[in-house]
Design a binder for this molecule. Structure first.
Ligand SMILES: *Cc1c(COP(=O)(O)O)cnc(C)c1O
Length: 417
């Protein structure tokens, strides 16, 4: 196979995911359809696992990046835990068989009922984002007569000027707390009968391709851990968050997980902690594609548009973040390429998958693959324009399974009666 991304590429002029022909899936399941490679997920997971084999590591998969229960089951089999941000995600993780003792609960706005659900299931820890939340967790724990294990999410304040991709580890962000507030929260937690501080957490951003930002953050947080340890707070888990980037272009290489390991491990060892990572995109991003059909070739005096049957409701990243997603036809076509702008059917100008992309001249009805759609693809899909959400398919070798059926028209209005 001529790989475009791991386990996805051309063979005899046709696009394959592992040993399965993409065209056959599209013919049977219809379009648009998300297709994931089990092997690619496993490979990406193992790369991280192997890079960190010298330390005690929990890989808590960021469920928000791809929440399908069958994808979570693949990760569960590999030994993964789950990083969750809502009761819905905890429910999905538990449904997939992930042990509660490997589940983290993060997010700035945890509701009381969500805290209760998590406490009753016995999750590993709450990543706490504010004093108000800490007190809320304490009161729920008291009511249930339980002890809530917590970590405080801190802002390492890594300089955004040198690391432009980072947007969540700053003083001005809504996430986490500064180090001084953290010390106060740990003191409160230590004094409480219903709270038990067991870890520390930071997450500096997403799609990070320069590991020096991780190194800088880990170094700062390590100093805070030392201070906590000197105050008698036992910090067992050092949770360095997610955010490891991927290559969205096939001819670029991702930062090796080894580089992340080298940036983090010395600091974690120095304070004798177990390490937690919360990768999402890095594990599933390049393991998925969105397959869509060319509906119309629309030529205007200015541009050639390829109007496809997937829209921004199915894959929001290009319109939301101007994100680049590689696009190729499912049938390998050599020779001359023209510039085409690939757009969806939604009534918004931002409904685009790529501007002026070099693509072959395609006939209406041909299939296109939008790559790197495994993370923040289906999980961000909506019903905007009253479009039923697409099907999801998991490929395993030469077999495939529909892991989420395409929504129907009846699904669209089922909650309105
Ligand atoms: C979004 C998020 C992640 C996952 O980020 P990726 O870039 O997909 O690795 C992990 N942890 C937290 C706290 C997050 O908000």
């Amino acid at each position: 196979m001529k790989e475009i991304f791991p386990s996805i590429g051309y063979k005899s002029g046709e696009l394959y995911v592992e040993e399965t022909k993409v065209r056959e899936i599209a013919e049977e399941v219809g379009t648009p359809v998300y297709i994931y490679s089990k092997r690619a997920i496993e490979k990406a997971y193992r790369e991280i696992e192997e890079a960190f084999s010298k330390v005690n590591l929990l890989i808590a998969f960021a469920v928000k990046s791809n929440s399908n229960v069958w994808v979570l089951k693949v990760l569960k089999e590999l030994g993964a835990g789950a990083d969750t941000v809502s009761v819905g995600e905890i429910f999905r993780a538990i449904t997939a068989g992930i042990e509660p003792k490997k589940i983290l609960f993060a997010g700035v706005g945890k509701r009381e009922d969500e805290i209760e659900f998590a406490l009753e299931r016995g999750i590993l820890m709450f990543n706490v984002e504010s004093e108000g939340e800490l007190l809320k967790i304490e009161s729920v724990a008291e009511r249930l007569n339980k002890v809530a294990p917590i970590a405080v999410r801190v802002n390492p304040e890594v300089n955004p000027k040198t690391h432009p991709y980072i947007a969540t580890g700053l003083r001005s962000s809504k996430f986490g707390v500064d180090f001084e507030t953290a010390l106060k929260l740990y003191r409160k937690a230590k004094e409480s009968r219903y709270l038990k501080p067991i870890g520390i957490h930071f997450h500096i951003g997403s799609q990070i391709t320069d590991v020096s930002a991780f190194e800088e953050a880990a170094s700062k947080v390590k100093e805070l851990v030392k201070e906590l340890q000197s105050r008698g707070v036992e910090v067992e888990y050092f949770d360095a968050g997610g955010g490891l980037g991927i290559n969205y272009k096939p001819d670029e290489k991702p930062v090796p997980a080894k580089a992340l390991a080298e940036a983090l491990i010395p600091h974690v060892k120095e304070v004798n902690c177990k390490l937690i990572l919360e990768p999402g995109r890095r594990i599933v991003g390049n393991a998925g594609i969105l397959v869509t059909k060319l509906l119309y070739r629309k030529e205007t005096p200015e541009k050639l548009f390829y109007v496809v049957d997937a829209g921004m409701n199915d894959l929001a990243r290009p319109s939301l973040y101007k994100a680049y997603h590689h696009i190729e036809p499912v049938k390998e076509i050599s020779g001359e390429r023209i510039k085409a702008t690939v757009v969806g059917p939604i009534c918004e100008s931002g409904d685009q998958f790529g501007q002026d992309r070099p693509l072959p001249l395609l006939k209406e009805g041909e299939l296109l693959a939008v790559f790197s759609a495994g993370a923040y693809g289906f999980s961000m899909a909506s019903n905007y324009n009253s479009r039923p959400r697409p099907a999801e398919v998991l490929v395993d070798g030469s077999n495939f399974k529909v892991i989420r059926q395409r929504e129907t028209l009846a699904d669209l209005i089922s909650r309105e009666f």
